[in-house]
Structure formats: structure tokens, C-alpha cells
Design a protein around this ligand. Structure first.
Ligand SMILES: [Zn+2]
Length: 359
């Protein structure tokens, strides 16, 4: 793997005592959005702070390579790549939420590149955990359409890359507060990619109902966990431990990817959920423990949303601790309390997927 390493000690080596490597680039500050837009440059400044803290603790932070056209067109139609490329040098509006600035095309190529570089890192055994801290996000981008702040679908491109490298089973867990529509449709008929999404519902982008379970050979390999607004740590804990985790264990992925959005955080200006930063650590540690069991611990997390800057910083710190193995799932506080929203979700989802998975 040919990568430029950023800010390494003079030895220039990976610190193998640290399972996690972070992939990020100063170029992520060069995608500009209009004043007042939530997906703003300050989000990258938060990522940079968390990466610097990790580096000071001895962690490795790597500048990723750019994605290739071939890697993009495993997921997107060539016309979509051309359309985004043609925005280079210009400020344009692609949908009411999604704006380019002159450097957006290049930055989006590096964001998708970070996801792919992190996959190469874990598949080549350089390390077992990767965290791509990127913007713009990706999970709303569809085969032929930019939407919801997203241009290229970073996580879908990462999954397709892992498949192209020979993996037979890849799981994607998406805990962003919004449904990952682009990722869902990319793999909707594909049994080799399990997609599990928890999200506020009904909510933007409108998809992600319990009965969207995949199609044809992919039936049962899309699992949606729609949750009513106001869901808490305890609701998420119930939904994950009773549905998502058992399915992940039965699927036995060879790699787990995480669409790590932090807009289900309690103070997020876009989301209506009530998660704590610590819970993002617990949830991620739970996913990582399944990876330890199924696939030599291989996990790649790629950032999506998260628009409260303090929530983004604290959640990223907790996820960094979880992926680096600094704390196991049980060392993060276990949520307590009633779970009325998760109970409703379980009732809606279980009959849809009962014939595919043992719950
Ligand atoms: Zn989101």
C-alpha cells in the first residue's frame, strides 16, 4: 500500500500496539458550503483535533490516496462521475441541500479514497481497524444522484472495493440518524453485502421502513431498524442487541464497515434522538467485538453526519477509544430504562425478517 503518512514520529512506522489507524486529510477543509449550512468546514476542524489527540497518544494518522474512476464506477453510473467532475472549479447546487464549491470534486474523491485506503489497510493486515474521518459524507448518494450533502457513496465504494478484492461477505452497519438510502439501493439485490441501518423514522430521506428487506437474491440482507424520534441509549441498545447483533453474528462477515454518523446525538440540530457520546463508543465496541469473533477484528468506520460540534468531537473520541481497544463494550456505561421505541421497532421488524434470521 502506497500512502503518505502524516505527522509520524521520525521512525515513520505504524505503532502496532495501537490497533487503530486514522485516515484523514487537510483537503477535507476545502469543500465549502453556503453560510448556515450544517455540513460545514468546522466539522473538519473537530476531526483534526481528534486526530491530533490520537497522534499524541502514539497513534498513526495517514493521508489517504484518491479514489480511482474504476472504484467509483463500481457503485455509480459513469454519467454521475462525469456530472460531479464537471462541477470542478465551480459553485453549483445539485439539490436543495447539496452544494459544490470549486474543490468539492477533488475533496469528494479523497473522502471516498480514505474509505478505500482504510479497507486496503485492514485487508492487507497492516492493522485491523481503520477510521476514515472524512467530509463530505456519502451514504445518501445514489448510483446516479448526489443528495443530502453527499456526492459519492464512500461506504458503498468501500464495500464494493472489499468485494472486488475477493471478500465474499461484507457487512455495513449504519448508525447515522438518517437512513442510508444510497447504500441500501446499491446492494438491495446483493446477498454478499448485509446492510443494517438504524435511523429516525419517519424522517429524511423517507426510506428505511421495516418492510424494506432487500429483493430477489438480496432478500433478507437489508435490515432496517426504524426508530421513533426521541429514542435513547436504552432504545438503541435493545434494537442492536436483539436484532442487529444476532444477525451480524449469523452472517459471519469477513469485514465490517460502519457508516459512523453522530447526528443521533442528543444535541444534534438535525436529529431528534437522545444518544450520549459514550453510547456511540459502546455501540462501536459491540460491533468491534463481533468482528473479533468473525473476521480477525477487521472494522473500518467511515464518518457520515454529526452536526453538533461538541457532540461530534466527544463521539469521535469515544469511537476512537472503542476501535483502538482502549475500552471494551462492558467498560462503557450500560444504558438502563424503558425502551418503548425499540419495542415498537422490534414488533415491526421481526415478522419481516424472521424467515431469514434466527432472533
Ligand atoms: Zn445524517
Amino acid at each position: 500500500m502506497k500512502v503518505r503518512e502524516v505527522g509520524l514520529k521520525a521512525s515513520g512506522r505504524y505503532n502496532h500496539a495501537m490497533p487503530l489507524t486514522i485516515f484523514t486529510s487537510p483537503r477535507f477543509a476545502d469543500h465549502l458550503t453556503p453560510p448556515g449550512h450544517p455540513e460545514r468546514v468546522e466539522r473538519f476542524e473537530v476531526m483534526q483535533v481528534v486526530a491530533s489527540e490520537f497522534r499524541r497518544r502514539g497513534g498513526t494518522v495517514v493521508e489517504p490516496r484518491r479514489v480511482t474512476d474504476e472504484e467509483i464506477t463500481r457503485v455509480h453510473v459513469p454519467e454521475h462521475l462525469s456530472l460531479i467532475r464537471e462541477t470542478a472549479g465551480r459553485a453549483t447546487m445539485l439539490d436543495p441541500d447539496t452544494f459544490t464549491s470549486p474543490d468539492t470534486y477533488d475533496v469528494a474523491c479523497i473522502a471516498a479514497g480514505a474509505a478505500v485506503t482504510a479497507v486496503d489497510h485492514v485487508l492487507e493486515g497492516t492493522g485491523k481497524r481503520g477510521l476514515a474521518m472524512v467530509r463530505p459524507p456519502g451514504h445518501h448518494a445514489e448510483r446516479n444522484r448526489a443528495m443530502g450533502f453527499c456526492f459519492f457513496n464512500n461506504i458503498a465504494i468501500a464495500a464494493a472495493h472489499a468485494r472486488a478484492r475477493g471478500l465474499g461477505r461484507v457487512a455495513i452497519v449504519d448508525y447515522d440518524v438518517h437512513h442510508g438510502n444510497g447504500t441500501q439501493w446499491t446492494f438491495y439485490e446483493d446477498p454478499s453485502v448485509l446492510f443494517i441501518s438504524s435511523h429516525q423514522f419517519p424522517y429524511y430521506p423517507g426510506t428505511g421502513a421495516a418492510d424494506e428487506i432487500g429483493k430477489a437474491a438480496g432478500s433478507g440482507f437489508t435490515v432496517n431498524l426504524p426508530l421513533a424520534a426521541g429514542a435513547t441509549d436504552a432504545d438503541f441498545e435493545a434494537a442492536y442487541s436483539r436484532i442487529a447483533f444476532p444477525i451480524l453474528q449469523q452472517f459471519r462477515p469477513e469485514l465490517i464497515l460502519i457508516s459512523a454518523g453522530f447526528d443521533a446525538y442528543m444535541d444534534d440540530p438535525l436529529g431528534g434522538m437522545r444518544l450520549t457520546a459514550s453510547y456511540f463508543g459502546r455501540l462501536t465496541a459491540g460491533i468491534a467485538a463481533i468482528a473479533d469473533d468473525c473476521c480477525s477484528g477487521r472494522v473500518v468506520a467511515v464518518t457520515e453526519g454529526g452536526y453538533d460540534l461538541k457532540g461530534l468531537a466527544d463521539s469521535l473520541r469515544e469511537v476512537t477509544r472503542a476501535l483502538n481497544g482502549d475500552a471494551s463494550r462492558d467498560e462503557f456505561a450500560a444504558p438502563t430504562g424503558a425502551t418503548p421505541r425499540a419495542d415498537a421497532t422490534l414488533q415491526a421488524v421481526t415478522p419481516q425478517i424472521a424467515k431469514y434470521w434466527k432472533l
